[in-house]
Design a protein around this ligand. Structure first.
Ligand code: SAJ
Length: 473
């Protein structure tokens, strides 16, 4: 029996758990562990921006925005049972049998593939400072492949003097939660669990199995787990890019990309799959915009030579470039339409509908509306931003009064598929603009082109090569 197995056998089953990072991953994780194990410490830095969460959690209140079914009840339940407590005292880590870490890993500079691991490193150091023999350490953040077995293992060894995989267990179990269904996702999604060695994987399986309801454990090594997480988002980004490229082709060939999409999607049957997603005004969020670069960096720092077509860039990075081009395409469509209307950017008011990156949400991280806004204002246009869910972004004022935004607008540009934009009425909008031939640019396929063309609009839509050069009525 290995040294680690002997230590773990002597320690017995996992009873006390620590979760570092009381965010939208850590909080549901901690309270679900608290339901199944004896006690959970929820660690949170007493920082200016997030320290307030400690008191809220200990008062049984969720500090997360938006609806999270079941979460607050569960916080109250485990608090009343004395099975959960949030603290900024990281020395309590010495009391636990397992500790997980869910801290954001943004990129400083995507161009240089340079992630900002500052907060993550601080969390890992805190664990190392208070790490005992036989403890299981699990990283849940989305990280560059190789981080667990190298970066994290080195820091933990440096801080604790203990040997990863021999004196303590170390694994990666990537989070797959989506806002609005955090508890359900943790319980029902299959859980990827990857240890730096078999003993570590086995101990991590013991930690995660009890919180799964429908979900199954899928175990592998830690680097495979890191690649799984980054690749599952890279593949989604790639599928979106495939549709965005097809939309651009259809515009050039003057056909309707949605006819083609329906056609492709009709091919079904045994073993036949076509993941046809949707073209659009761009890809935002904090998952798809960065995970490709984590994957790329992983293979870059892996140390082994990659066999790949000479002078060819990564398909995945090209997909990112295509998706990041879409706001520029929206700018080009706007310019074409303004020219047809005999107008220039300078002196034109543009109503930009949708600032959130996701339909019917207030999440605006990496929104594609931002680069479009920057290009338009730089070209001299006056842009009024409307969003029913977002009230401000830094010093950018965002209107909730669509009338006010559309009043006197030369162009109405739809960036987000919010439900409020699904039944815009052509006649009412035209009246509000006061223009004989107002422009409408549909970035999310939410309006009927013919209804607007009939009213005298100049219409442009992503992928609508069949309509984009229509006669002006
Ligand atoms: N988008 C398109 N076309 C599509 C789908 C999305 O242009 O067909 C755009 C959206 O407008 C948005 C961006 O892509 O700007 C991202 O949309 P998303 O639906 O992927 O939402 P995210 O960024 O919240 O992705 C999360 C991810 N979940 C986790 O990381 C745990 C992703 O893996 C999920 O697939 C996705 O949610 C989901 O399916 O809801």
């Amino acid at each position: 029996m290995s040294r680690l197995n002997e230590i773990i056998k002597k320690k017995g089953p996992i009873r006390k758990v620590g979760v570092i990072g009381m965010g939208y991953v850590g909080i549901p994780s901690a309270v679900l562990f608290a339901e199944k194990f004896d006690f959970v410490w929820g660690f949170q830095r007493a920082s200016q921006s997030s320290g307030y969460k400690i008191e809220m959690l200990n008062n049984g209140i969720s500090p997360l925005k938006g609806e999270e079914p079941g979460l607050e009840d569960l916080i109250k339940k485990v608090r009343s049972l004395g099975k959960f407590e949030s603290t900024s005292d990281f020395s309590k880590i010495k009391d636990v049998d397992a500790v997980t870490l869910a801290i954001q890993t943004p990129f400083k500079d995507k161009g240089e593939l340079e992630p900002d691991f500052g907060a993550l490193e601080e969390g890992i150091r805190q664990i190392g400072k208070h790490l005992n023999e036989g403890v299981l350490v699990v990283l849940e953040s989305t990280i560059t492949p190789g981080t667990t077995k190298d970066f994290a293992a080195d820091i933990l060894k440096e801080e604790s003097g203990l040997i990863p995989g021999e004196d303590f267990a170390l694994a990666h179990a990537p989070e797959r939660v989506m806002v609005g269904r955090l508890i359900q996702n943790i319980q029902e999604h299959d859980r990827i669990v990857g240890g730096i060695n078999k003993e570590s994987t086995d101990r991590a399986v013991e930690l995660y199995s009890p919180v799964l309801t429908k979900g199954k454990i899928i175990s592998m090594d830690s680097t495979a787990a890191e690649v799984t997480k980054t690749a599952e988002n890279t593949f989604r980004d790639l599928q979106i890019a495939a549709m965005n490229e097809l939309a651009l082709y259809c515009e050039a060939m003057r056909i309707n990309v949605y006819d083609v999409r329906t056609g492709i999607d009709s091919l079904k049957g045994e073993g036949i799959t076509r993941a046809v997603l949707f073209p659009g005004a761009g890809v935002g969020g904090h998952c798809l915009t960065k995970d490709t670069y984590h994957l790329e960096r992983g293979v870059k720092i892996s140390g082994s030579k990659l066999d790949y077509p000479a002078d060819s860039e990564s398909l995945y990075v090209l997909a990112r470039k295509i998706n990041d081009f879409m706001p520029t395409h929206m700018y080009n469509l706007t310019r074409e339409a303004l020219t047809r209307a005999g107008k220039k950017f300078k002196g034109s008011k543009i109503a930009l509908l949708g600032w959130a990156f996701l339909n019917n949400s207030d999440d605006m991280r990496n929104t594609p509306s931002q680069p479009y806004y920057d290009m338009m204002t730089k070209a001299g246009a006056q842009v009024c931003v409307h969003d029913p869910y977002v009230y401000e972004d830094g010093n950018l004022k965002i209107s909730q009064d669509i009338e006010e935004c559309i009043k006197g607008a030369a162009a109405i540009v739809i960036f987000t598929g919010h439900k409020q934009y699904l039944n815009l009425k052509a006649s009412a909008l035209k009246k509000s603009t006061g223009c004989p031939h107002p422009i409408i640019i549909d970035g999310r396929n939410v309006i009927d082109p013919d209804a607007f063309i009939k009213e005298g609009f100049i219409y442009k839509g992503i992928g609508r090569g069949d309509k984009n050069n229509h006669n002006i009525m």
